[in-house]
Design a protein. Structure first.
Length: 147
C-alpha cells in the first residue's frame, strides 16, 4: 500500500464511522491540526500515536507502520490549486506574501518563520454577519547566518 492509498483509506473510514478530526485527535492525543496533517500523510506519528489511530480507524499492522514513516511532504501539485478553499490560501500568499515578508524582516531581521518548529490552530468565531474562520499560526524565527 502506498501512503496516498492509506490516506484514501483513512478518509473513507473516517466518513464511514462518522468521525470528526477533533474526535480522532483526542484519541491520538494531539491537536486536530497536527493529527489531520499526519493522517493526510504530512507528519510522522510515533508508535503510540499510530497504534491509537490504527485502532480507531481499523488499520492493519502494515498500515499502522506506514503512519510512522517519514513522509514526502508537500501534498499539492505545483500548479495553482483549483479547490476554492485551498486556492484562497494561495491567494492570501499572492496578495499578502510580500507584506508578511517585509513585516517579518522589519521586526526580526533577515530570516524566515519555521514550518518545522511551528504550531497552528483553527477555530470558528460566531458573527452575526456569518461565522468567521480564525487561523493562528506561529513558528520559530530562524535567522539566516553568515559563514
Amino acid at each position: 500500500m502506498t501512503r496516498a492509498e492509506l490516506t484514501e483509506k483513512v478518509l473513507a473510514t473516517k466518513l464511514k464511522k462518522g468521525l470528526t478530526w477533533a474526535q480522532i485527535a483526542k484519541e491520538v492525543g494531539r491537536s486536530p491540526v497536527w493529527t489531520t496533517a499526519a493522517l493526510l500523510g504530512q507528519m510522522t506519528m510515533n508508535r503510540e500515536e499510530a497504534q491509537k489511530a490504527a485502532k480507531l480507524l481499523a488499520l492493519a499492522d502494515d498500515e499502522m507502520a506506514l503512519l510512522q514513516v517519514v513522509p514526502m511532504r508537500g501534498s499539492l501539485d505545483t500548479v495553482v490549486p483549483v479547490d476554492p478553499t485551498i486556492y484562497r490560501f494561495h491567494e492570501l500568499v499572492q496578495v499578502y506574501g510580500t507584506t508578511w515578508k517585509e513585516l517579518i524582516h522589519e521586526e526580526f531581521g533577515d530570516g524566515i518563520m519555521s514550518a518545522i518548529d511551528y504550531e497552528m490552530s483553527l477555530e470558528r468565531m460566531p458573527d452575526p454577519k456569518g461565522d468567521r474562520v480564525k487561523i493562528v499560526m506561529h513558528g520559530k524565527f530562524l535567522p539566516y547566518r553568515k559563514y
